[in-house]
Design a protein around this ligand. Sequence first.
Ligand code: DX5
Ligand code: ZN
Length: 219
Amino acid sequence: MNKFISPSLLSADFGNLQRDIEMINKSEADWFHIDVMDGVFVPNISFGMPVIKAIKKHAKKTMDVHLMIVDPDRFIEDFKKVGADILTVHYEVCPHLHRTIQAIKEQGMKAGVALNPHTPVAVLEDIIGDLDLVLLMSVNPGFGGQSFIENTYKKVEQLKALIDYSNSTALIEVDGGITDENIEKLSKVGVDAFVSGSFIFKSKNPSKTISNLKKLAIG
Ligand code: DX5
Ligand code: ZN
């Protein structure tokens, strides 16, 4: 089974973004995790289209775009244009989630849904068959560098059971507080893709940290 490491550029050095992108290109990472925050859904603002376009110019791997914005339907086409391969929206801001997912797929992108730590997995029961990815937030969205919420293990198990029961092909991604201390256990309970920001970029040798995370995930 494939395991994917998705370094979050939120913790990169924005003054040296190209250098950090090249590091990821050359590393054992699989995806680029791009966090888009609007200051409304989450209490922080990150970056938007011009920066993503600039990232895409250098990034040679899958662009895994995580939207923490209200009313994401307004921008689906724009995110495709700036290079998103996987587009993940939050369940909490999509009253017509089925329509949103179809619109993402119509643009030729993989469609993901993210759940906040308090949102139960069961809300996905009637949409799981349409999803390419489910992102479980293992911290409250908005900031890098927070600690992992332990209840996530239980949610991964519940999601795995729902996916298997529904014959869905959705991948399970976890995001927030991922380190060398929890990645192995998360992988064993069924996580496919791991977002890691501060643990990678604050380490002495980010490329080596990525290799080590990948090794632990593969087991
Ligand atoms: C948080 C973002 C995460 C964040 C993860 O809202 O969605 O992707 O960058 O950062 P760490 O790994 O530092 O918790
Ligand atoms: Zn994220």
